[in-house]
Each structure stands twice: as C-alpha cells, then as structure tokens.
Design a binder for this molecule. Sequence first.
Ligand code: TXA
Ligand code: MG
Length: 319
Amino acid sequence: MTASNASITTVSLPYGTAGIAAAAKVIAGGGCVAVPTETVYGLAADATDSRAVAGIYAAKGRPGFNPLIVHVPDRAAAEALAVFDDAAARLADAYWPGPLTLVLPIRAGSGIASLVTAGLPTVAIRVPAHDAMQALLRATGRPLAAPSANASGSISPTRAEHVLRSLDGRIPLVIDAGPTTQGIESTIIACVDGQVRQLRPGPIPHEAVAGLLGVDIGGAGEGIEAPGQLASHYAPSKPVRLNATRAQDGEWLIGFGAVAGDDTLSAKGDPVEAAARLFDALHVADSADRQRIAVAPVPEAGLGAAINDRLRRAAVPTG
Ligand code: TXA
Ligand code: MG
C-alpha cells in the first residue's frame, strides 16, 4: 500500500460473521480495515507489523507520526504488552472493557512495532467494549493499532458513512455496525513513574478517575510538555543533521535510496518501508558508538512528509 493509493475499491460489509472473516483476512495480509468501537470507528492494523502500521498513516495522510492506541481483547492481553502499577490495575478493573486508554511502560519483548509508539518507551492500550472490534481482535489474534478512521484534518467518524466520506478509495474495507454509542474518543490516562495524569479528556470524566484513585490527576487537555513530565515525542539524545549525502567524522549516517549510509531506511527508496523502519533506525543510531547522527534526504511525496516532519523534530536540540 502506498500513499497515493487513491484507487482501491472500498467495500462496506455489515458487522457479522462474513464481515469479520473478511476483515481478519485483510489484517492477516498486512492491510488495514475500518471497524467500529464504542467511541469512534478505528482504522485497525496488526500492531506488531510495522509495514501494516505504516499503511494506516499512508491511508490517513497524516502529516506526522503520533503514537497510536493498541486495542486488545482483555486485561491478560494488555498485561502481556505493558506494565501495570497499582493505579493502572484499579483503572482497568473499573473501566475495561470501555472508553479508557491507559498509557503505560511498554514491556520488553512485547513485539509492538516502534512506529506504533513513535519510539516512546510507553504504549497506549485499551480494551474496547464494542462487539465488532472484540470479534476482530479474537478473529485475528493480534493486538490492533487503531487511530480514528478519518483522513487527517477530517472529524472523527461515528458512522461507516463518515469513514467513507474521507477514506473511500484509500482503504479496502469498512465494517458497518451503525452509529457508535459514545461518539467521542476515549479518555487517555497515563500511569507512568508512579504518577497518574490525564492526557486527553473523553467519555470517562477526570473527576471519576480522581475519585476512584483518591488523587488529583489534572483536567488538562491533550499533550503534556512540561519539563520532567511525560515526554510526548521520542527524540534521540544526539545531534541530528538532515539532508546528508555522506557521513562527516563522528556521524552515524542513516541512508535512504541511493545514499547507503551505516544503515538505511529503505535501500530501494520506498517511503512506506522507510516509515516502518524510522524509529528503529533512530534508536540504533542513538546507541551506535558515534557522537552524532546524519540522515539522508527523503523526498516529501506520500509518507515522506510525515517522515520529514518527525526528522525535523528529532533534529531540534531537546536540552
Ligand atoms: O476512542 C479512541 O481512543 C479511538 C478508537 C478508535 O479507539 N482511537 C483514537 O486513536 O482516538 P488516535 O490515534 O486518534 O489517538 C491516539 C492518542 C493521541 O492523542 C496520542 O498522542 C496518544 O493517544 N498516545 C498514544 N500513545 C501514547 C503514548 N505512548 N504517550 C502519550 N500519548 C500517547
Ligand atoms: Mg484521532
């Protein structure tokens, strides 16, 4: 799947045995499918398959890589991917399955693609309550990464028709189960380093969470940028130089296409492959025994724009 795949025929199937079987087949083949949850329709792909996850970004035309929510069928599946502290365990007991996403430290060896977490050491997880998403999770046996199923800049879809309005011709399949019940995206709570913070307001009010835990979690909106708080973006610890065609002394060069480098995002110059490898390549470069990182030019077309957005952020000194 490429970024300019505006020629796929999008099929809409009603939620049911045949629809879920067809959706599971698309996911097993590394594709993405729009499926309802109780909040909004999600655009789901295998969270352990980096190319499949890159396909989500390609279909949405997102100008950058935000970390995505991983959907799992139950608490046990979530525990296999992330580390729950006491607060997280109590929140999961109280609200799962349901419209609560927990941002938790990722478990080593979870298998979640680094493009899902955008390179962060945490992962956003939820157990959805909707039968269709539950059926798809059980049919695939995979954790499913799923942002809202709308093109970048469009409003979140609460009906299959909304999905088609912005993604028709860009995804192979929509499972239609009528309107969603909640209509707004899940509440996101981070339980990291012994602290509990709301990262996004949603159907579960922060007062309810605070009451349950007996702590103030802040009612702020999305995005935590204050020093010492949860990092919202992964950035390498070393200086990064962009548009490099050869390595200077002390640089680890991440190549692309004809620029070979010490490592490459994609030797054949494929932006989907490059997106899939981006965060792994940055982590490898960060732990290499060179003082600085250089990255070859990546053309802006398709996913290239999102890759370059992320590289420009990586190149800004974080201090
Ligand atoms: O209701 C929902 O949550 C819907 C349905 C489909 O489940 N999904 C959804 O996903 O809204 P998305 O990708 O549109 O929103 C993901 C949010 C973003 O705001 C992202 O920044 C945050 O989750 N997020 C994901 N992983 C994170 C992490 N490791 N740390 C902090 N924030 C994270
Ligand atoms: Mg969204």
